[in-house]
Design a protein around this ligand. Sequence first.
Ligand code: PXP
Length: 241
Amino acid sequence: MLHLSVNVDYVAVIRESRKTVEPDPIFAAGIVEMAGAHGITAHLREDRRHIVDRDIRLLREVVRLPFNLEMAATEGIIKIACDVVPDQVTFVPEKREEITTEGGLDVVGNRETLVRAVDRIKEKGIETSMFIDPDPKQIEMSREIGAQCVELHTGEYANAQTVEEAQKHHEALQKGATFASDCGLEVHAGHGLTYNNIFPIIGIKEIEGYYIGHSIMARAIYVGLDRAVRDMISIMKDERG
Ligand code: PXP
């Protein structure tokens, strides 16, 4: 089923900019849920720069929607995931210097680490997803190591400076989505998607889930979070029914 999972990290970004208690991503998740979104996403980084352990535990307790935890495949974070048991774990690459996640995960190059991580997460009954570029080798390897889903990285498409460049990345996403779906993987997409650039991506029928944060939170500053979420859902419904 077509779904929108809203990333609430940006609420924690504002909170942590003052090292205070507000705004709270847990409140935001409640509003996102009431506005009709289909999932909540949060990224627990190793440096805890925005989402912190308390957020993950409370999101698990409070949110009724499928909870997707984005994380690196490192020992400490895997332990937390196995303890909190989100509905889904999305493995992402993580560099300390980056502003946000840059580039897809290299599943081929990190096969050994990821195969163990996937096994441990799946043992807990948690669904696993790999955040990857739409590269057939990465898709194939994601399937081989046992992931159930892939999230195709739409960042390059979103950052394209010309129509031709955007078309080239769109084509790669379409091909990647078809290949992943043929491999039996559930296909998601995310990163840099906005109320404007999402239209051609919604046209890719194999994509079942959209993982969006920044653009929704940016709109929420002006119109409120409830309306911002509803606006995105209504685009998705209008385009795909
Ligand atoms: N998917 C993944 C794996 C991400 O790391 C992010 C950014 O946190 C997103 C989706 C959402 O990207 P954006 O905030 O640009 O919508």
